[in-house]
Design a protein around this ligand. Structure first.
Ligand code: AMP
Length: 211
């Protein structure tokens, strides 16, 4: 049995065509089913639905053999125990620094002001500001980072930006790109050795469909 860990939403939806290319179809969709384990058209392949940030953990410990996770999530996780052979080119967006529309970020950085930065991505933010030689106080949040500059909790946020609509709707502006983000295939390193004959064809089909 091969177990593939996916998260609901964009990653699931954009992975479906890649699964199809590997001959894997699923009658259930997490949008209209509460099932956490989904059977597929292949008796030897099942999907599990987990939180996006939990995908690397399931694969790291071998509870799933394969998974699809955003680079944002993998950077925070650290990637231990994971083989990352393939950028799938899906769920693309950008990791950005954003501030209130009227906040002068350029001046704050020139003056070497010590900024308060709210984010779910503390590891990524820490590395980014350290590389710039900026001292920041990081505040860990779990959601709705856009509220932080609006309520005085923080001067800036580090968050994913896709269309930019969320920033605009909340009177925020992006001021710096940290890194482009896309989803990667991750494989448990031990599973790749032990189940190579089963996993390699999936890898090849994903690579062909992602190219
Ligand atoms: P947008 O308004 O299209 O710029 O989307 C921004 C909102 O969607 C923010 O709350 C982000 O955290 C979230 N978001 C954007 N892209 C992604 C992605 N690829 N994965 C997870 N969350 C995302």
């Amino acid at each position: 049995m091969i177990t593939i860990a996916l998260s609901k939403g964009r990653i699931f939806d954009e992975t479906l065509p890649l699964l199809r290319a590997a001959g894997i179809l699923t009658p259930d969709h997490p949008g209209n089913s509460r099932k956490l384990i989904l059977a597929t058209s292949r008796r030897d392949v099942r999907l599990i639905i987990v939180r996006a940030a939990d995908v690397p953990t399931y694969v790291q410990y071998g509870a799933a053999d394969l998974g699809v996770a955003g680079k944002d999530v993998l950077d925070e996780h650290g990637g231990q125990g994971l083989y990352q052979p393939l950028d799938l080119g899906i769920a693309c967006c950008r990791m950005m620094v954003a501030v209130s529309k009227d906040f002068d970020y350029g001046r704050a950085t020139r003056q070497r002001a010590r900024l308060r930065v709210a984010t779910k991505y503390v590891q990524t933010a820490r590395e980014h500001f350290a590389a710039k030689g900026m001292h920041v106080d990081l505040i860990k949040l779990y959601g709705s980072m856009e509220l932080a500059p609006l309520t005085g909790l923080a001067d800036a946020i580090v968050d994913l930006v896709s269309t930019g609509n969320t920033l605009k709707a909340n009177n925020l502006k992006a001021v710096e790109e940290i890194t482009p983000i896309s989803a990667r295939l991750v494989i448990n390193q031990a599973a790749l050795k032990l189940k190579r004959t089963e996993i390699q064809p999936l890898l090849d089909a994903f690579a062909g469909a992602a190219a």
